[in-house]
Design a protein around this ligand. Structure first.
Ligand code: GSH
Length: 243
């Protein structure tokens, strides 16, 4: 049995972290049996969540987890989700994944941690999480405030946080435009079948669409029926609320 160490679910999302959502959605897409545990990122082997435990082994990083599971001979679907993809589709999938995880991530992070209205919403599940990690209720506000300060600093260090908020969102809309145009009228990101890229794409899109944070990113998604339909399609197949 696989144990997925993650943060916590909120607003109907698998997790407040897109990387934890990605991993859990992948586990469902591929049909792996798993349980979840609220993980302590301070004690995680790489200081980040998610990680999994499987057969006495610990694997960190959502992509390494997916790669390890995809390579297993006992894959529940008999073979990897990406089997049979052309080299061009594999390359496009890799590029889109990187765009979302290494670029778009910092835009979504800004909308949650940097923007005051976003923070007012995001702090709620974070308070719950830090309390579950043993922080006394009276100190939880202070602790989440300190984490916020560190995350904002890391977004500045990465570079995204040097832009104005309007510029950050304008970059975000450009990336969403690219993703929406790539999706077009296909049911899934790489065609008729869901592939590993869909775990990433869905995790990042529902982080915008289902989180109760109003932003230019959400407004843009509202204007793209194909992206909204994609989220509904993935949710109906893999993430019925409460399941
Ligand atoms: N490349 C990693 C990224 C994971 C990641 O950035 N997790 C964040 C939450 S979204 C985290 O745990 N941060 C805790 C920290 O940096 O202290 C993956 O794909 O799993």
């Amino acid at each position: 049995m696989i144990v997925l160490h993650k943060y916590i679910a909120a607003w109907g999302l698998p997790d407040i972290s897109p990387f934890c959502s990605k991993t859990e959605i992948y586990l469902r897409m591929a049909g792996w049996a798993y349980t979840t545990k609220t993980g302590d990122s301070r004690k995680a082997p790489k200081g980040k969540l998610p990680f999994i435990e499987m057969d006495g082994q610990t694997i960190c990083d959502s992509s390494d987890i997916i790669d390890a599971l995809e390579a297993r001979a006992d894959h529940p679907q008999g073979g990897p989700l990406d089997a049979g993809l052309s080299l061009a589709d594999k390359a496009a999938g890799r590029a889109l994944q990187s765009m979302l995880e290494e670029h778009f991530y910092f835009i979504t992070a800004w909308n949650r941690w940097g923007n005051d209205a976003g923070w007012a919403v995001y702090q709620e599940p974070l308070l719950q999480y830090v309390k579950q990690m043993g922080i006394p209720a009276f100190a939880a506000g202070l602790v989440t405030g300190l984490i916020r300060r560190d995350v904002i600093k890391s977004i500045r260090n990465q570079g995204m946080g040097r832009h104005s908020e309007a510029q950050i969102n304008a970059i975000g809309v450009k990336l969403l435009t690219a993703l929406g145009d790539w999706l077009g009228d296909k049911p899934y990101m790489l065609g008729e079948q869901p592939r590993t890229l869909d775990a990433t794409a869905y995790a990042f899109l529902i982080g915008i669409w289902d989180a109760p944070i109003n932003s230019p990113l959400k407004a843009y998604m509202q204007s793209r029926p194909n992206m909204v339909a994609y989220c509904e399609r993935m949710k109906a197949r893999y993430w019925q609320t409460g399941s």
